[in-house]
Ligand binder design. Structure first.
Ligand code: VNL
Length: 390
């Protein structure tokens, strides 16, 4: 055997031994929550940790006779760090479930560890379509970029938007958004005339926006990850794009509830598609938003918080169903097919794909009671990830 293969085999054996040992050892149920708590994606970590803690405060920390322990680790959104932390959590801390994952590369870097140790990996944030295919132990409670992008590409041409330039972060979810938006727009008789990609780390939007100005499309379609939307919005307005008659349309990651209020009037009227708005008018969501704000000094929950909150529900329900006696395979089986009402609306975990099926809403930024909100004005129900159809 090659040295590398031997090391991998030894590691796989260690991971498996560690995870099965963990089962019988004590009466604890450990959730290893790996998130970006510092660095460019820190808002995502803050939202998800707060949501997980809210879930536990509301639902207790004893489930099926087990004491639930949340172990939070900061991966600074560096995938090598995510992988190392996941390995330590499985081998040393004997976690029963791995969860979190702020960005796609972190989720996929952990996939081999989930597979080898037979530990469910609950992806609460990352949203590239293919993530769930990286391991049969991955279950997702966030969303996918194809899921929300096709809905906007159906809306646009019916609303005077035919010629579009796309601008996305140059990695998994951005490439998904670009591809699925473009294909669907073309199918609907529209056209993407140019596809621009900006780096994920410290992007400078100015030169790209200048290109868009010169191209004079009906609209600019944007995807950037949570936390980066305010910068795009600011530069879009500063460069007078809206005055030049170019509309901004985007996935809801751009008009992120975490930052929306700071974006100011420049954001008014921007139409986006997404699976969650803090303004979603349901009793369940009202309760969720109020409780979240109360527990976090007025911080408004965003779509990351909802992915974390629902992820905790999926884990708790699986623990209940297996009566605290299940290993990774039993937990995974109990996660598949779960159906429930989320603050975002009705959802289920597709048993075949392990991905979330949910409503996708069209929303417009409006000012209400002095605050900016993504106000939903239309909905497409039970949208499956289009990336899985092939
Ligand atoms: C991803 C997708 C990350 C959408 C995001 O924010 C987001 C990802 C941190 O898959 O990396 O809004």
């Amino acid at each position: 055997m090659h040295k590398r293969t031997m090391i991998q085999a030894a590691l796989a054996a260690a991971l498996l031994a560690a995870s099965s040992l963990g089962l019988a050892q004590d009466n604890k149920f450990r959730i290893g929550l790996i998130l970006p708590m510092t660095g460019q994606q820190a808002t995502t970590g803050r939202q998800i940790e707060a949501a997980a803690r809210l879930w536990m405060a509301q639902n207790g920390d004893t489930v099926a006779g087990k004491k639930v322990e949340l172990i939070v680790k900061d991966d600074t959104s560096v995938p090598d760090v995510t992988r190392r932390l996941a390995q330590e959590l499985v081998v040393n801390e004997k976690v029963n479930v791995l969860a979190g994952f702020g960005i796609t590369p972190s989720a996929t870097a952990t996939a081999p560890i989930a597979t080898q140790s037979k530990t469910p990996e609950v992806v609460m944030a990352a949203a590239t379509s293919s993530i769930t295919e990286a391991s049969p132990y991955i279950v997702r409670t966030s969303f996918t970029l194809p899921q929300v992008s096709v809905v906007l590409a159906d809306w646009a041409p019916k609303n005077g938007i035919k010629k579009v330039v796309t601008l996305v972060s140059d990695y998994g979810p951005g490439i998904d958004a670009e591809k699925y938006f473009k294909e669907r727009l073309q199918l609907n008789g529209g056209q993407v005339t140019e596809s621009l990609r900006v780096p994920l780390r410290s992007p400078d939007f100015a030169p790209f926006l200048q290109k868009v100005r010169d191209a004079k499309p009906d609209a600019l379609f944007v995807f950037v990850p949570s936390g980066a939307g305010a910068a795009v919005m600011k530069q879009f307005v500063e460069r007078g794009m809206d005055k030049a008659g170019i509309r901004l349309i985007a996935t809801g990651d751009v008009t992120d509830d975490d930052q929306l209020n700071e974006m100011g009037d420049g954001a008014l009227g921007v139409v986006t598609s997404h699976h969650y708005s803090a303004a979603h008018p349901s009793a369940a969501n009202k309760k969720f938003v109020e409780a979240f704000e109360k527990a976090n000094k007025g911080l408004r929950p965003n779509f990351m918080a909802v992915g974390g909150y629902d992820g905790m529900r999926v884990i708790y329900e699986a623990l209940k169903k297996t009566q605290g006696k299940g290993g990774g395979d039993a937990l995974l089986a109990a996660m598949k097919g779960q159906i429930f009402e989320s603050p975002r609306g009705p959802v289920y975990i597709d048993a075949q794909t392990r991905d979330i099926v949910q409503n996708v809403y069209l929303r417009k930024v409006e000012r209400k009671n002095g605050q900016l909100w993504n106000v939903e004005f239309d909905v497409v129900k039970d949208v499956k990830d289009p990336g899985k159809a092939k």
